[in-house]
Design a protein around this ligand. Structure first.
Ligand SMILES: [Zn+2]
Length: 348
């Protein structure tokens, strides 16, 4: 009788423990789902500067993807348009969504009013949200793909001709007609997903974590119509090497904020100091703040960006801190939405 009672208690305990584990798992899953679904609404404060008359313009395409043109030559940063859904990123291996990439690229050419031809692409670093689509874009629209050796392995994995890949070390140069783009070693935001190098061709489909960072670059852009020194600095990832911009002055900074909201105010102030104050920039456009698991177009129509989910970033905090800094320093601050165009005025 005693034995039966003990056995009964044992089973009851086991059942309770089982229920507890299932309950805790469900609560944790619910919290993750909630975190992934909730994101701050963003006050998009972009006001297009007076239509520039130089003919040099930039169309923003989410994350740090951009299409630049002067009417003669068109080039891109990253060109990440697949923007696979979060379930695919988490549970499957990724491939280029060719239909989606073509749709966005063609819409971008149309909006820039240029032929569907690329002079090239510069790739910020080798994570998939920067590098996965660039090889396909170069194969489709031409041009030279510039990036680290780690990014070159992604291009090789997609069979880009060796003559269309320019692997760069810590410093490099890309000439697209009259545009001159300097690739300069910078740092990735300290997100915990950094480091590593693709040492052999990366064949698709591949898991998101297979895309190793390689070198993280910032880009310095010059064009003779806008003077004989660089006019814009593009900082795709919210990291920096102290002193990286020594001796550089630019009017405009495109400032990456991905992951910045999870870092402290002191880090943000140091980042601002290096990128904005040290370069004496007058205007700052925030980029890479958006949830890149959502598309840029829906049923053929361009749509707005949404902020990163609270689970992975806190864009409202970044915006609050950066606003304070911009007001303190008299720098104009804008949040770029997808499909916003920045036109640059000719030098007086
Ligand atoms: Zn990255």
């Amino acid at each position: 009788m005693v034995f039966v009672q003990q056995k009964f208690d044992g089973w009851r305990l086991l059942r309770w423990a089982g229920c507890l584990v299932v309950g805790v798992t469900l609560i944790a899953l619910g919290a993750v789902l909630y975190g992934l679904r909730t994101a701050p609404t963003v006050d998009l404060e972009f006001s297009a500067p007076k239509a520039g008359d130089s003919g040099v313009k930039m169309l923003f395409l989410g994350t740090s993807s951009m299409a630049w043109t002067d009417g003669k030559n068109t080039w891109m940063v990253d060109g990440f348009f697949s923007r696979q859904a979060v379930s695919r990123v988490a549970f499957s291996r990724l491939d280029v969504d060719e239909q989606r990439v073509l749709e966005v690229a063609k819409e971008a050419f149309k909006r820039l009013d240029v032929p569907e031809v690329l002079s090239g692409i510069v790739v910020a670093h080798s994570h998939y949200d920067h590098a996965i689509d660039a090889p396909f874009l170069v194969k489709t629209f031409g041009g030279m793909l510039h990036g680290s050796e780690s990014t070159a392995q992604i291009a090789r994995g997609q069979d880009v001709l060796a003559t269309h890949v320019q692997a760069t070390g810590k410093q490099g140069l890309a000439n697209f007609g009259q545009f001159r783009v300097e690739l300069r070693e910078s740092a990735h935001a300290p997100t915990g997903f950094t480091g590593g190098f693709n040492a052999s061709p990366l064949h698709l489909p591949a898991h998101a974590l297979s895309f190793k960072e390689g070198i993280s670059y910032s880009f310095l852009v010059s064009h003779p119509l806008l003077g004989n020194r660089p006019f814009a600095l593009i900082q795709p990832s919210a990291g920096f090497i102290p002193g990286q911009n020594k001796g550089i002055t630019v009017d405009t900074v495109f400032l990456g904020t991905g992951g910045l909201g999870k870092l402290d105010a002191l880090y943000m102030a140091d980042y601002w100091q290096e990128m904005v104050l040290n370069t004496e920039a007058k205007q700052v456009y925030l980029i890479h703040w958006d949830n890149f698991t959502l598309p840029l177009m829906q049923q053929g129509v361009p749509i707005s960006l949404q902020a990163m989910p609270n689970l992975v970033d806190d864009f409202s905090k970044s915006l609050r801190e950066l606003k304070k800094l911009s007001q303190r320093d008299g720098v104009s601050l804008h949040v770029l939405n997808a499909w916003d165009m920045v036109e640059f005025p000719r030098l007086p």
